[in-house]
Ligand binder design. Structure first.
Ligand SMILES: O=C(O)CCC(=O)C(=O)O
Ligand SMILES: [Fe+2]
Length: 360
């Protein structure tokens, strides 16, 4: 299923379920975890040591340096084709800002439950606030995580009632980070467009105003970590997503050539992954890879994912410049409809993801 909604109109509703951080705290080593969190598939394919890898590196400073740009852009193209995930180094986001945001995020999740619940999701259809995502029916298996989601751009769409007042620097750091990521995103779109043989202005126009939402994920440790899943397998319904590992505990896995691989990145790297929208626009040259987050027995893991999407009104379809005289691999659909369908998938009991359905 696709996640990663960035716009107010892409309604998604979720049933309220227990807070996982509190649940984890209440468990001791001898108590069994509730049945709804037990996922038989979690440990079907244990990750072999050979399937633990450091993600390929793209260096943004090289990408923008005339001396190295061509070579690094070629590497970006190959990495997007083969991996769809990479770690971005020398991204230009100030270290002091990243450290501040990390500290604020940890402090926020460490607050007592009542304080976090001031910002709880209120099912206004935007999925903003503190809670758990994408629970559509009482039988559904649950992820071992809590989240906090806010829309950050365009600025006019922010709903400040969901923005925590404490820690005192949190709002400002989210705002600054949001702006910094628009610079990173503009730069990446430029090279992605060029690599696909599309004028940079086309992508700049598709992603203008940088619709952006931020999802803070909190994965508590679990005494039976091999029975639970932090975030179920999904692809992101975005142009691309930019992930920051808040506390350097690894847990991200991606499915490559049918096999799950545990991936890691260096501490202040940004992990970028291509989303469903880029897969469609690129006519499948860049795939939106399935990924999931796993849990360990010892440490909480925290991550922050910034979803970068297009405007709601965009008609999603492969770009003519990419398709040329070749075969069209995807049908067309308005982005807003695409996201609605992605969110309603479980409700309607559809088997295939909406991205699969669009494939011709
Ligand atoms: O926390 C992670 O490593 C993955 C999070 C993710 O995939 C998401 O929030 O869409
Ligand atoms: Fe994701």
């Amino acid at each position: 299923m696709a996640t990663g909604q960035v716009h107010s109109q892409c309604a998604g509703y979720t049933l309220s379920v227990p807070n996982v951080q509190s649940l984890a705290t209440s468990l001791d080593k001898s108590t069994q975890i509730p049945e709804r969190y037990v996922r038989p598939e979690a440990n079907v394919d244990p990750i072999a040591p050979t399937n633990q890898i450091e993600l390929p590196v793209i260096d943004l400073a090289k990408l923008t340096d005339p001396e190295f740009s061509k070579e690094e852009a070629a590497k970006l193209h190959l990495t997007c084709q083969e991996w769809s995930f990479f770690q971005l180094l020398n991204h230009g986001v100030p270290e002091e800002l990243i450290e501040g945001l990390k500290a604020d995020t940890v402090e926020f999740f460490n607050k007592p439950l009542e304080e976090k619940m001031v910002y709880k999701q209120d099912n206004d259809g935007t999925l903003q606030g503190y809670g758990q995502a994408f629970v559509f029916d009482e039988e559904q298996k649950l992820d071992w995580s809590d989240l906090f989601y806010v829309m950050t751009r365009p600025v006019a769409l922010r709903n400040m009632k969901f923005w925590p007042k404490s820690p005192s620097t949190f709002r400002d750091n989210i705002d600054r980070y949001s702006l910094e990521l628009t610079k990173v995103a503009s730069c990446l779109w430029h090279y992605i467009a060029t690599n696909l043989g599309v004028a940079a202005e086309v992508f700049a126009q598709l992603f203008k105003d940088h619709p952006q939402g931020m999802r803070f994920n909190y994965y508590p440790p679990c005494p039976e970590a091999d029975k639970v899943i932090g975030i179920s397998p999904h692809s992101d319904g975005t142009g691309f997503s930019i992930l920051l590992q808040i506390n350097d505990v690894q847990g991200l896995q991606i499915r490559k050539d049918g096999e799950w691989i545990a991936v890691s990145a260096s501490p202040n790297a940004l992990i970028v992954n291509m989303g469903d929208i880029t897969e469609i626009l690129s006519n499948g040259i860049y795939k939106s890879k399935e990924h999931r987050a796993m849990i360990n027995t010892q440490n909480p893991r925290l991550s922050l994912v910034a979803f970068h999407g297009p405007d709601d009104s965009l008609m999603l379809q492969p770009l003519p410049e990419v398709v040329g005289d070749g075969k069209l691999n995807y049908g067309s659909m308005r982005y807003q409809e695409f996201m609605k369908a992605a969110f309603n998938k479980k409700l309607e009991g559809k088997e295939k993801s909406i991205l699969e359905k669009l494939k011709l």
